[in-house]
Design a protein around this ligand. Structure first.
Ligand code: S3P
Length: 426
C-alpha cells in the first residue's frame, strides 16, 4: 500500500484544471443508458467509482466505449436494459449502489449488488423505504446493508416522499424509480442538496419541475440523449482552493469547475471566514453552472457554520476543519452527523489525523469544535482508505512544518486519479 510523502510548500502560484465531476459522470452514464440514442460524454471522470457505474450498465447490455477523455454511450430507452448475468460490484461507490437501486426498481428482473468492506457498512434503508412504498422488494443484509437483492416491478406506484435527511443520492434513487412509474413522483427535501439529476433530466427532455427543495417527475416520458460536457469537480477543486488560501504567498486558479448551488456551500462558508475568492468566466454548460475559481492566501476567522449549508458542503467538511484550524478563533460545525456514514467515519478520521499534526479539535457526535490558529507539524497519518481524508491530510502537509507521510494513499483514485501528480506539479 503506497505511502506518499508531502513537504511544506509556500508561494504556490498555479493555474490548473481538475478531473471531471464525479456526480455528473455517474448520472451521465445512467441517463444516457436510459435515454434513446447516442450520447458522447466529454471530460468524464475516469475514477474507480464511476467505472463501477459504467461496468454495471455494460452488464445490463448497454454499449459504452471509452477513450481517455470521452465516453460513447448507446442508450436503449427506459425498457432497454437486460438482466445482468452476475451480481454488480459497486466497489466503494455509494452513488452507484443507491442510484442504481432506483434504476433496477422499475425493471422486469432481479438484480444483486454488492460492494467493498466500506460500502458493506453503509446504510441502505434510506433508499429501501421509499422504493418499498413504490412497490419494490429489496432484501439486504441485516435488513439494511449491502449486498442488496432487488426484485424490480415494472408496475411502480408514484409517490410523494418527504426525505428525512437531505440527500442527493436518495432523492435521485426515488426520481429514477419515478421516471419508470405511472404518474407523478414528488420528493421534498429538508434542505437543498445537489440537483444534477434534475438538471440532466431536464436537459434530456424529461417532464420534470424543480424549485428549492421540491422536485416532481412524470413517469414513462422518453429521454432523448444529447452530448454532455462534464465540468471539473467542485469537490476536487476544493483541495486546491484550500491550498491557495492556506499556503503563504499563494494564488491558485482552477479553471472550468462546476458551480452547482447544491455543491458550493464551501464558498459561502469561506466567504464568512474572510477568504479571498473570485469567480471568473461564469457560464451555463449543458444546464449546469460552470466557472473559474481564483483563491489567494487570506487571513481567516473562525465561524459558527450555518447548519442549513451542511448538505451543500457535506464532502468539503473535512477540508473546512483543516481550514478552521488555521483561522483565528473558534469554529463550530454541527448538524453533520451524515459524515459518520460516508466512505469512512469522517468525523473520527479527520479529527484523529489532524490532531496528530497538532490541530485542536473537539469531536462532537454530529460535528466539530476547532480552535485556531495552530502551526501544524508533519506526522505519519492514515487515509482510512477514504479518498477525501487522504487528500485533506495532503493539503495539511503542504502548510505544516516538516514532512507528512500519508499511508494507503492510492484511494484518491476514487475521485481524483491524478491528485498526487498535480500536488507534485504545484
Ligand atoms: C452524491 C451525494 C452526496 C455526496 C456524495 C455524492 C451524489 O451523498 O456526499 O459524494 O452524487 O449524489 P448523500 O446523498 O448521501 O448526501
Amino acid at each position: 500500500m503506497p505511502t506518499i510523502k508531502i513537504k511544506p510548500k509556500l508561494n504556490i502560484n498555479a493555474t490548473l484544471k481538475v478531473p471531471g465531476d464525479k456526480s455528473i459522470t455517474h448520472r451521465s452514464v445512467i441517463f444516457a443508458g436510459l435515454a434513446q440514442g447516442h450520447c458522447t460524454v466529454y471530460d468524464y471522470l475516469d475514477g474507480d467509482d464511476c467505472r463501477r457505474t459504467i461496468e454495471a450498465f455494460r452488464q445490463c447490455g448497454i454499449e459504452i466505449k471509452k477513450d481517455k477523455t470521452q465516453l460513447y454511450i448507446e442508450g436503449k430507452g427506459l425498457n432497454g436494459l437486460k438482466a445482468p448475468e452476475i451480481p454488480i460490484n459497486a466497489g466503494n461507490s455509494g452513488t452507484t449502489i443507491r442510484l442504481l437501486s432506483g434504476v433496477f426498481a422499475g425493471q422486469n428482473f432481479e438484480t444483486e449488488m454488492f460492494g467493498d468492506a466500506s460500502l458493506s457498512k453503509r446504510p441502505m434503508k434510506r433508499v429501501m423505504e421509499p422504493l418499498g412504498l413504490m412497490g419494490v422488494k429489496i432484501q439486504a443484509a441485516n435488513s439494511q446493508y449491502p449486498p442488496l437483492k432487488i426484485t424490480g416491478n415494472p408496475d411502480l406506484k408514484p409517490i410523494t416522499y418527504n426525505l428525512p435527511i437531505a440527500s442527493a443520492q436518495v432523492k435521485s434513487a426515488v426520481l429514477l424509480a419515478g421516471l419508470q412509474a405511472h404518474g407523478k413522483t414528488t420528493v421534498i427535501e429538508p434542505g437543498l442538496s445537489r440537483d444534477h439529476t434534475e438538471r440532466l433530466l431536464e436537459y434530456f427532455g424529461a417532464k420534470i419541475k424543480y424549485k428549492n427543495n421540491i422536485v416532481t417527475v412524470e413517469g414513462k416520458a422518453e429521454l432523448k440523449a444529447k452530448d454532455i460536457y462534464v465540468p471539473g469537480d467542485f469537490s476536487s477543486a476544493a483541495f486546491f482552493i484550500a491550498a491557495g488560501l492556506l499556503a503563504k504567498k499563494s494564488k491558485i486558479k482552477i479553471e472550468n469547475v462546476g458551480l452547482n448551488e447544491g455543491r458550493t456551500g464551501f464558498l459561502k462558508a469561506l466567504e464568512t471566514m474572510g477568504a479571498k475568492i473570485k469567480i471568473e468566466n461564469f457560464k451555463i454548460v449543458c444546464n449546469e453552472p460552470v466557472g473559474d475559481i481564483v483563491a489567494e492566501v487570506s487571513s481567516l476567522k473562525g465561524i459558527t457554520l450555518d447548519t442549513a449549508l451542511v448538505p451543500q458542503l457535506i464532502d468539503e467538511i473535512p477540508l473546512l476543519v483543516l481550514i478552521a484550524s488555521q483561522a483565528q478563533g473558534k469554529t463550530v460545525i454541527k448538524g453533520a452527523g451524515e459524515l459518520r456514514v460516508k466512505e469512512s467515519d469522517r468525523i473520527k478520521a479527520i479529527s484523529s489525523e489532524l490532531k496528530k499534526m497538532g490541530a485542536v479539535i473537539t469531536e462532537l457526535e454530529d460535528g466539530f469544535i476547532v480552535d485556531g490558529p495552530v502551526k501544524l507539524h508533519g506526522a505519519i497519518v492514515e487515509s482510512y482508505d477514504d479518498h477525501r481524508i487522504a487528500m485533506t491530510t495532503a493539503i495539511a502537509g503542504l502548510c505544516a512544518d516538516g514532512e507528512t507521510e500519508i499511508n494507503n494513499s492510492e484511494c484518491v483514485d476514487i475521485s481524483f486519479p491524478n491528485f498526487w501528480e498535480l500536488i507534485e506539479k504545484i
